[in-house]
Write a protein that binds this ligand. Structure first.
Ligand SMILES: Nc1ncnc2c1ncn2[C@@H]1O[C@H](COP(=O)(O)OP(=O)(O)OP(=O)(O)O)[C@@H](O)[C@H]1O
Ligand SMILES: [Mg+2]
Length: 574
């Protein structure tokens, strides 16, 4: 997998050193049975105590060396796997930050969370396992085979039968279990998704008393996860004992054949013991291999899911160019159409053409679902228009690095998003180096200053996650302050005054006018009173512009506008 190359380059050296220590370990393990057979067959058989002590001491030294090698390798493998895991996680996080809205919609947020946490952990666990046992196991296995064959070629026939059978079982195991682990991760995605949705909607759940319903929904997802995990584990559970059975049958065969040969004086008993020791080592290493293979298939499934994110191409293209323009804050739409599902999908915006001049306040009104939010989301390039051209400051936004466009634009989204932290921190979020004075100014303009000062800690008041301890209107004003502190050229308020009373709203608009005479302001609203005095009003109706002009002009000419006016003001149009 391509994304792993970077880490391979970085960690190959400590990895190789770990392998070196593993080799020491394996060699030490492999020497033991042979030395033991010598002690039994020569030392004990001839009652030569000297020989027994000499080789016993050698065995002890080898054991100590093996233990030291094992500890060093353990430390090394933990460091490498932890560093690798944390680096992979932050790289993935960085990649997720660059994903376009379209990609994030595609992956589903919960799945991205699982990929960032559980999937990375699976790969990390495998790397650790790989450095701990995987290299040692083949060494033990091959070394054991060689040593055993050297010990006695006749007994080695048993190995020739047992080893290929076990190898085949391991391969079948891998082939069969792989799809199961992909299913397990998908089920985990579902649980994460459900939990995320539940927690963000917990108030609604409580208000509607839908605990049982939510619990059932969660239980279903949980059971599915359990089911999928159980089938995967069941599969693994079958294979390990089968391998053990085959190898144990082999040991019985060795004891049987060995016993006969010892009886006929063709073989020493120590050799048989050593041979069975090698067999156990080989069994042990095969079990380890199958275990690491299991880790491997889990990690492979997870790495595949991580790779999908890394491979996700950003289909937005641009030229690395800054925005240099004389038409500061001008926005032009030329025959812009847009659909969330590409050119073939249902269009949400249909061939829109309009211009917002620098310093103009443009109101956008229209029934819910008419495409107002979709329209403004195109300006900072959250999504790309499917047809037509959008120009900001006189330049096609597809020709400029979105970073620079977003620098000029401040958007207050329809759903207010605040972060845990103080009021100060939340407003400063809009401009990292904002001074206290700037923050206060922004808060005053957005009519947030007064209510902030009313609280005991003022600007140091803490917001809970998402700003739970503030009212809807307060949150809206804080997020407007956050946008204003940025001193943008274009300010987009997506229904951001909906929770304000009329008096506060009009104060806000007054101060915006004063502060922002050069600011182009796009104002989306449901209430006609919110946009009535805008320089220009765009009436959207099912993705089309139903009318454009000042309040008076629209009252005279635009039927949709007249209807909205009538329904909201309760008056007939004159
Ligand atoms: N992320 C999305 N993926 C697919 N379709 C979407 C997405 N967001 C909005 N839509 C669809 O686009 C259409 C326009 O939605 P939009 O949010 O622009 O309406 P709106 O005018 O802002 O409505 P409201 O006044 O309720 O905020 C709707 O039919 C909606 O179903
Ligand atoms: Mg909207």
């Amino acid at each position: 997998m391509k994304f792993l190359n970077k880490y391979k380059r970085k960690y190959w050296l400590p990895f190789c050193i770990a392998v070196l220590f593993l080799t020491f370990e394996a060699v030490c393990d492999l020497l033991q049975p042979t030395i033991m057979s010598k002690i039994v067959d020569i030392g004990v058989a001839n009652r030569d105590l000297n020989y027994v002590f000499k080789y016993g001491g050698l065995m002890l030294i080898i054991t100590v060396i093996g233990a030291l090698a094992a500890s060093t390798r353990n430390i090394l493998s933990s460091i490498v796997s932890q560093n690798f895991g944390s680096e992979l996680r932050s790289d993935l996080f960085r990649k997720i930050q660059t994903l376009s809205f379209k990609s994030i919609d595609k992956f589903d947020r919960a799945s991205l969370v699982t990929r960032l946490t559980n999937d990375v952990t699976q790969v990390q666990v495998f790397v650790n396992g790989l450095m701990r046992i995987f290299v040692k196991a083949p060494l033990l296995c091959v070394g054991g085979l060689i040593m055993a064959t050297k010990l006695n070629i006749h007994l080695a026939v048993v190995l020739a039968v047992v080893v290929p059978i076990v190898a085949i079982i391991i391969i079948i195991n891998m082939k069969v279990s792989f799809p199961f682990f992909i299913k397990v991760q998908k089920a985990l995605d579902k649980i994460n998704g459900m939990m995320r949705e539940y927690l963000s909607g917990v108030r609604v759940v409580k208000a509607f008393n839908r605990f049982d319903f939510e619990e059932n929904k969660f239980n279903q997802a949980n059971e599915e996860f359990q089911e999928k995990s159980t089938s995967a584990i069941r599969l693994m559970a079958v294979f390990s004992p089968v391998i053990m059975l085959v190898v144990n049958l082999g040991i019985i065969a060795v004891l049987w054949i060995g016993g006969i040969r010892v009886e006929h004086g063709q073989l020493q008993p120590g050799t048989v013991i050593a041979f069975t020791n090698y067999m156990t080592q080989i069994l042990f290493s095969l079990m380890m291999i199958s275990m690491v293979f299991n880790m491997f298939i889990r990690a492979k499934a997870s790495a595949g899911r991580i790779e999908e994110v890394f491979e996700e191409e950003n289909d937005m293209t641009w030229i690395e160019k800054n925005l240099k323009t004389s038409k500061k804050g001008q926005i032009e739409f030329e025959n812009v159409s847009f659909s969330y599902n590409g050119a073939a999908g249902d269009p949400v915006l249909k061939s829109l053409t309009f211009t917002c001049l620098p310093g103009e306040t443009v109101g956008i009104i229209g029934s819910t679902g008419s495409g107002k939010s979709s329209l403004v989301n195109l300006i900072p390039r959250f999504y790309d228009a499917t047809a037509g051209t959008i120009k900001v400051g006189g330049e096609d936004i597809k020709q400029i690095d979105p970073k620079y466009i977003r620098d000029k634009i401040a958007i207050v989204p329809q759903n207010t998003t605040l972060f845990s932290g103080t009021v100060n921190e939340n407003i400063r979020w809009g401009k990292e180096d904002a001074t206290k004075e700037e923050i206060k100014r922004a808060a005053q303009m957005s009519q947030a200053h007064d209510f902030i000062m009313e609280s005991l800690e003022g600007y140091e008041s803490r917001l809970g996650q998402g700003g739970v301890n503030f009212s809807g209107g307060q949150k809206q004003r804080l997020s407007i302050a956050r946008a204003l502190v940025k001193k943008p050229e274009i300010l987009i308020l997506d229904d951001s005054t909906s929770a304000l009373d009329m008096v506060t709203e009009s104060k806000l608009k007054d101060s915006l006018k004063k502060y922002a005479s050069s600011l182009t302001c796009l104002l989306i609203a449901q209430r006609i009173t919110s946009i009535m005095d805008a320089d220009k009003i765009i009436v959207l109706d099912d993705g089309n512009i139903a009318g454009m002009g000042t309040h008076e002009q629209l009252l005279n000419t635009c039927k949709v506008y007249q209807e909205i006016y009538q329904s909201q003001m309760g008056k007939e149009v004159r």
